[in-house]
Design a protein around this ligand. Structure first.
Ligand code: ATP
Length: 236
């Protein structure tokens, strides 16, 4: 299989806490892959290792064949991350924040503004380009975080609970947008607590529980066992 993400025996310890316990996982190139699990299962830790925010304690983690620690730059430039916690420069107009991010990733200044405008249009907040992040509504903030993840035209887009707490309209808009991205070839890794979101969007789903992958299946297979069982396993 041609993997976008290839994980073997991945371990993470925070002092006494074993957040990841020997995780093996392959996310195929071009897939829409769901990572589900209850609070504290290790989903954010897993993502943070992929993007270099957290150092693993053991095992290997590769993105498109590049080791996330040894070949950090190569791996990182191909990943777009829309994190759960917004960590955005709040005091500058959002277009400038995007241009700055583009520059950080080596995109020439002459291209950066066009790219920023393009992604702002794509997520539907171009009219807010001169507004600072703080002044956006909650839904617009979500859209902006997605725009920021897209500025580098990533081959792998990681979305950490992108629709948590958003209204139905925005949830559907985001679903449409990320489905389009996947159809145009972007591999997507999505974490969610909503089984119906995974069922609607994902080709394959892994369930992470207490730092271990307990199941990899299609959403239909999971739902076939009864939504109650899945919900229970997600709640522990
Ligand atoms: P949620 O769905 O609530 O966001 P999660 O599946 O993303 O949870 P993580 O945030 O990765 O889970 O946490 C996994 C475990 O590691 C938890 O027990 C958590 O308390 C612990 N943990 C996470 N970050 C740290 C840290 N910086 N220091 C110590 N323990 C941590």
């Amino acid at each position: 299989m041609d993997s976008a993400i290839r994980i073997r025996d991945l371990e993470k310890e925070y002092g006494e806490v074993r957040a990841l316990k020997g995780v093996d996982l392959d996310v195929p190139k071009g897939s829409f892959f769901g990572l589900l699990g209850p609070n504290g299962a290790g989903k954010t830790t897993f993502i943070n290792i992929l993007v270099g925010l957290v150092k693993k304690s053991g095992g290997t983690a590769e993105v498109f064949g590049a080791d996330v620690e040894d070949d950090y730059r190569e791996a990182r430039d191909r990943i777009g991350l829309a994190p759960q916690e917004f960590n955005v420069d709040r005091f500058f107009p959002i277009r400038e924040v995007l241009e700055h991010k583009a520059g950080y990733h080596g995109i020439p200044k002459s291209e950066a503004r066009d790219r920023a405008d393009e992604v702002l249009k794509r997520v539907g907040i171009y009219d807010k380009r001169d507004t600072r992040f703080d002044w956006l509504s909650g839904g617009m903030k979500r859209r902006f975080v997605l725009a920021r993840a897209l500025i580098t035209e990533p081959d792998l887009l990681i979305l950490d609970e992108p629709t948590a707490g958003v209204d139905v309209q925005l949830r559907h808009d985001l679903w449409d947008l990320i489905t389009e991205l996947n159809e145009s070839g972007t591999t997507i890794l999505l974490t969610t607590h909503y089984i119906e979101e995974a069922e609607r969007l994902c080709d394959e789903v892994a369930i992470l529980d207490s730092g271990q992958i307990v199941e990899v299946a299609s959403p239909e297979e999971l739902m076939g066992r009864g939504p109650d069982k899945v919900t229970i396993s997600l709640r522990n």
